[in-house]
Design a protein around this ligand. Structure first.
Ligand SMILES: C[S@@+](CC[C@H](N)C(=O)[O-])C[C@H]1O[C@@H](n2cnc3c(N)ncnc32)[C@H](O)[C@@H]1O
Length: 254
């Protein structure tokens, strides 16, 4: 009993100190790989629960913002269990779709669900894909940019991989500009996501990580500036859930 209590105490302490585990790109990359290999076990359930069932509809809205029809080459970054990759495969039955992720346990979930002949999953770091420049018409990422070890590097990689005139769409938590709102959002996410980490994994840190990764992430205005600095044009953006999440559509000029 005492051993059990001390394990829970350790996990609460770790959940409080996640920031120190992700404060350099290399630490964050390693943390993510280890973290998502554990989170994979109940990932889909956790995503539905934490979003109160809204996540699926946000992802469908992301696909609806993309140019319709044609035979595009599509890449879904940080695909996880593949939700967006499957929606892309449905939306572009004569296109080609690749889902990419760093964590084999997450990719395994996606591969088990895959019945599409024009959809493949590959294991790679989204900032160093090794793919040819100008290969993709469409790039997507849900909860991808915030998980990047180095945000500037991933934005540059997206810019490099897109064909001129190509589109990228992102869905992620959106950090407000005011410090008071940032604090409120941090506390809300730390407790709400921590609660689901505790219920589903016996470890609050598993999902409380969302709050810490957002703390390191630029606020929504600075994110838009960084997107512009990487040579991509932000052409549409909308927010959900009282501004907690943002869907953004960007285009590479050409
Ligand atoms: C919160 S999950 C999002 C999964 C999926 N896109 C979704 O919306 O459900 C974040 C994913 O990012 C992946 N990831 C983290 N760092 C990565 C990196 N450097 N390169 C590729 N994938 C990465 C993790 O393995 C994990 O599957």
């Amino acid at each position: 009993m005492l051993k059990h209590l001390s394990l829970i105490k350790d996990r609460f302490n770790r959940a409080r100190n996640i920031a120190a585990d992700i404060d350099t790109p290399e630490k964050k990359r390693q943390f993510n790989q280890q973290h998502f290999s554990v989170a994979a076990k109940r990932y889909d359930l956790a995503t539905r629960a934490m979003s109160l069932g809204r996540d699926r509809s946000w992802k469908k809205q992301l696909i609806a913002t993309l140019p319709q029809g044609g035979t595009p080459n599509c890449l879904d970054l940080a695909t996880g269990s593949g939700d967006l990759a499957f929606l892309l495969a449905q939306a572009y039955p004569t296109g080609k779709v690749i889902g990419l992720d760093l964590t084999t346990e997450m990719l395994q979930l996606a591969k088990e669900r895959n019945n599409y002949h024009h959809l493949d999953f590959i294991c790679a770091d989204m900032a160093i894909t090794g793919m040819a420049a100008g290969s993709f018409d469409i790039i997507t990422g849900s909860y991808a940019l915030r998980n990047a070890a180095d945000l500037g590097a991933i934005l540059n990689e997206i810019q490099r991989l897109l064909k001129p005139g190509g589109h990228a769409a992102f869905l992620d938590f959106s950090k407000p500009v005011s410090l008071a709102a940032q604090k409120g959002q941090f506390l809300l996410l730390k407790s709400w996501c921590g609660l689901w980490g505790l219920l589903l994994h016996g470890d609050p840190g598993i999902h409380a990580y969302i709050a810490d990764s957002l703390k390191q992430f630029p606020d929504r205005n600075n994110l838009h500036l960084l997107i512009g600095e990487s040579g991509l044009d932000l052409i549409a953006s909308r927010r959900f859930y009282a501004g907690m999440l943002e869907l953004s559509l960007v285009r590479k000029s050409g």
